[in-house]
Design a protein around this ligand. Structure first.
Ligand code: NAD
Length: 338
């Protein structure tokens, strides 16, 4: 196996999680860069990896095969385009970019090149949600699940306390509960239940307009609470709720079908189970607890990206094309709010 060089751009909170995934993989060399070179220097020293002074050095270096974009969202678009132009594969933290038009432009350029682009939807790498994807593998088209029968409704929730970074709470910097949190649950909902027929209810609030960042009380303006309802083309009623105000992280998905319920969470102390009124070919009736080890989501995610880079295969999940549809849905949601 030849040595693979990957550059991580943006050395904040997410970068070390990605680096810990990369470090589990053989024959891989990591190089860091940040718009603030001190940050790259500090993280490089901590992780025992190399760093470069300027972002341009990454794109100009032919020995770097791929880049991992871990910057705030407004920088994703330019960096993804630079990666494609330089013939480098890219992994980009979610959301891919700030608008559906930007996502379409990235997708178009990617199609014209033999370049791999993948987006960081980490929940797809949780075993319980991969298991659920199998339960709902035909539901996006037919609305039917072999076990749950006709799927009627699904509720996805993701609540967190918000960030120590002020940009995640400011609209002009790409922050807010829609981009930071809801996006993960919308991605799961689209993965399971397919395209949207109609968005018909959106409620957003700014419940904490003043927050402390490094002991300073700061005014913020991005929504920190959001609930949406939409109907899919396959006739599943989806509700997603997300926020930046839940003091103790909370996440789950609950799906109701005519023959029972699926409940899943990445949190070990939340129940994950399948409850079926009648047994099916695959499962007994009653409650089956899903004791699926969560694994390390970041290790799984980075391993999949590196595998694709090494084998020159296009991603089968977390694709740029999927992000086009996701960003279109996010724009529709924002349109309902206006
Ligand atoms: N998948 C997840 O669960 C998850 C969780 C948190 C954040 N995120 C996403 O990850 C991304 C990064 O978030 P974070 O929490 O690490 O942010 P952060 O603010 O902690 O770190 C961002 C870093 O990028 C650097 N930077 C800013 N602009 C840059 C540019 N143009 N070029 C190079 N470096 C630049 C900053 O100096 C900083 O060091 C965001 O898109 C965020 O939405 C994903």
């Amino acid at each position: 196996m030849s040595n693979l060089r990957i550059a991580v751009i943006g050395c904040g909170k997410q970068a070390p999680k990605h680096i810990s995934g990369f470090k589990k993989l053989p024959q891989l060399e990591i190089v860091l860069a940040d718009i603030e070179p001190d940050r790259a220097e500090e993280l490089a020293a901590k992780e025992g990896v190399k760093r470069v002074e300027r972002i341009e050095d990454i794109f100009a270096d032919p020995s770097i095969r791929a880049v991992d974009i871990c910057t705030p969202t407004p920088a994703h678009y330019d960096l993804a385009l630079c990666a494609i132009a330089a013939g480098k594969d890219f992994f980009c933290e979610k959301p891919l970019c700030e608008s559906a038009a930007q996502a379409r432009a990235i997708a178009e350029r990617l199609r014209a090149r033999d370049t791999i682009g993948m987006v960081g939807f980490i929940y797809r790498f949780a075993s319980v949600f991969e298991y659920a994807h199998n339960l709902f593998k035909d539901t996006a088209v037919s609305g039917e699940s072999p076990d749950l029968g006709r799927v009627r409704g699904a509720l996805f929730r993701l609540g967190g306390r918000g960030s120590h970074q002020v940009w995640k709470h400011r609209r002009e910097n790409g922050g807010g509960a829609i981009s930071e949190m809801l996006v993960h649950m919308l991605d799961l909902a689209l993965w399971y239940f397919g395209p949207v027929e109609q968005v018909f209810n959106v409620t957003q609030e700014l419940l904490r307009p003043r927050r402390y960042f490094q002991d300073q009380l700061v005014e913020v303006d991005a929504e920190d609470y959001i609930v949406i309802n939409y109907m899919t083309k396959s006739n599943v009623m989806v509700t997603c709720q997300a926020d930046l105000i839940t003091p103790a992280f909370s996440q789950y998905a609950e799906v109701q079908g005519e023959n029972g319920t699926f409940m899943g969470s990445i949190q070990p102390y939340m129940p994950s189970f399948l409850y079926l009124d009648k047994p099916t070919a695959g499962h007994p009736g009653g409650r089956t607890n899903l004791e699926i080890p969560a694994g390390n989501l970041f290790e799984n995610q980075m391993a999949e990206f590196v595998h694709l880079v090494r084998t020159r295969q296009k991603p089968w999940r977390c694709t740029v094309e999927e992000s086009v549809r996701l960003l279109e849905l996010m724009e529709e949601i924002r349109g309902v709010i206006r």
